[in-house]
Design a protein around this ligand. Structure first.
Ligand code: GDP
Length: 311
């Protein structure tokens, strides 16, 4: 497929697809629009977990086994912090810390998150274009059975255990898309817009909550294809299926398609799942991305579906 590809993505699940894409087509032709609803301030530092996961994954620095952070990380900072009685519920490796310190300093100097992200990508030889969804702060909060929790408190400190009743994205209403986001969606050279198999509620919804982005997607010429994050009725990792149950939604491809109603043209469904009540065009594939070959195969299947829908 020639032309450009846009992909909406969160962290780990999304980065798998983006890495596959970057091995399938020219990385320069890919624009990843990344969730920043997980971003937060911790110990005075600006942390952007999904951008960092993508940076680490695409630059070959990710710790694949652990599923987050850097390969070969050391933990002297955390040990010292703990010895001082500091807050230790969020792990910050020594190498990871450099990223957050440099980003925090740059933000304090007035650099935008998108400019910083571009600079970090260039420094580490990442040719895929990575754009935060917005340079304005957006913060995901969850109303749970133990009270209101900011995203990282829910996800990391409480390990997604609290039952969720509602999710909101503080700041999204007034947030502008980061420079380049709308242009990439509208670019006549964009042949496909993919929604990665990221958590629809926690990773993709914050992106869609930025009003300008949803509008641009609704009006997009390029076909919009999502890869289902549900494999065999379950989430591969993380709270997607648990959240769906708590929100009263069955963990099925049809529910994923319904969630994206109004913007979605097609869904790549896992071959293990039933498609009986799916009312939009779809293809089936083994979407479990364990190896690099799997990632490339799933990216290929998603682009093939987009190509079929474009005709
Ligand atoms: P986070 O921001 O780091 O939590 O990660 P994402 O939101 O990007 O990804 C989490 C989602 O990715 C979960 O819903 C998983 O089910 C999904 N996921 C992870 N790995 C795979 C995979 O190999 N195949 C598919 N289809 N979905 C996956």
């Amino acid at each position: 497929m020639t032309g450009r590809v846009v992909v909406l993505t969160g962290g780990v699940g999304g980065a798998k697809l983006v890495l596959g894409l970057a091995h399938l087509i020219a990385p320069e032709a890919i624009t990843a629009i990344v969730n920043t609803g997980d971003d937060f301030r911790h110990l005075g530092l600006a942390i952007s977990p999904d951008i960092d996961t993508l940076l680490y994954t695409l630059s070959g620095k990710a710790n694949g086994a652990q599923g987050w952070g850097r390969e070969g990380e050391t933990w002297q900072f955390m040990d010292a912090l703990r010895s001082l009685g500091g807050e230790d519920w969020f792990n910050l490796g020594d190498g990871d810390l450099a990223l957050h310190i440099e980003r925090s300093a740059a933000l304090a100097r007035g650099e935008t998150l998108s400019a910083i992200t571009r600079r970090f990508g260039e420094a580490w030889g990442v040719r895929t274009r990575m754009l935060p969804m917005s340079d304005d702060p957006v913060a995901t909060h969850l109303a749970t059975d133990i009270g209101d929790l900011p995203f990282q408190r829910y996800f990391v400190e409480h390990r997604c255990a609290p039952a969720v009743g509602a999710i909101r994205f503080d700041g999204a209403d007034g947030a502008s898309p980061a420079p380049g986001v709308i242009e990439a969606i509208r670019d006549p050279a964009t042949r496909a817009i993919l929604i990665a198999p990221s958590n629809p509620y926690l990773s993709v919804d914050p992106i869609l909550a930025v009003p300008g982005i949803r509008r641009a997607l609704e009006a997009a010429e390029a076909p919009i294809v999502a890869v289902s994050p549900i494999v065999g009725g379950k989430a591969v990792k993380g709270p997607t299926a648990k959240l769906m149950a708590e929100l009263g939604v069955a963990p099925t491809p049809a529910a994923v398609a319904a969630h994206y109603a109004g913007i979605l043209d097609g869904l790549l469904v896992d071959e293990r799942d039933a498609t009986i009540d799916l009312v939009i065009p779809y293809d089936r594939a083994d979407t479990l991305m364990t190896t690099l070959d799997d990632r490339v195969r799933v990216a290929h299947a998603a682009l093939a579906l987009a190509e079929r829908l474009a005709r």
